[in-house]
Every structure is written in structure tokens, then in C-alpha cells.
Write a protein of this length. Structure first.
Length: 87
């Protein structure tokens, strides 16, 4: 959100030369910005608490019966999604 490089254990945030931010969890990209748009992904993995925790800084996301739920209403398959539609 601050668009600053960050590294802590299994999570890294990098900035590209256009000022877009990219969030990596265990070397898998799970969030990115493009201008004012924010996109999230499960990085190709099944829903997990760790992924949910990282993505929850962008959107209200929860886990229910092994599935991601956005804003307590929308099932999410983990594929790249522009979250601006939920805010």
C-alpha cells in the first residue's frame, strides 16, 4: 500500500520501474498494482491462512470450508482478480 520495497521472512514487496508494487509470498506473486488498480492471486495454491493474512491488507478476505470468501459474500477461486470491484 505504501509502495516501498519490503522483505520479511517469506514475504517480499518489490517496485518495478513504473512504480507498481508486487507482493511475493514464498516466491509466488500474490498481489500487484497497476496504476490505481490492485490485483490479487492465490499464487496457484490452495487457500491458506498465510495467503489470506497477506491479502487481507487489500480486501476483506476470509476462509470458509477451504475456500476464499471476499467481503463475506463472494467465493473467490484464487485467480488474478481486480479487487477495486469489491471496494
Amino acid at each position: 500500500m505504501n509502495r516501498k520495497n519490503f522483505l520479511s521472512k517469506n514475504t517480499e514487496i518489490t517496485l518495478d520501474n513504473k512504480g507498481n508494487a508486487h507482493m511475493w509470498l514464498f516466491d509466488n506473486e500474490i498481489a500487484k498494482t497497476k496504476g490505481k488498480d490492485i490485483f490479487i492471486s492465490a499464487g496457484g495454491y490452495k487457500p491458506s491462512v498465510t495467503t489470506r493474512n497477506r491479502l487481507s491488507m487489500f480486501v476483506n478476505i476470509s476462509l470458509y470450508k477451504g475456500e476464499f470468501i471476499i467481503n463475506n459474500r463472494f467465493k473467490w477461486d484464487g485467480e488474478w482478480t481486480n479487487i477495486n470491484q469489491f471496494n
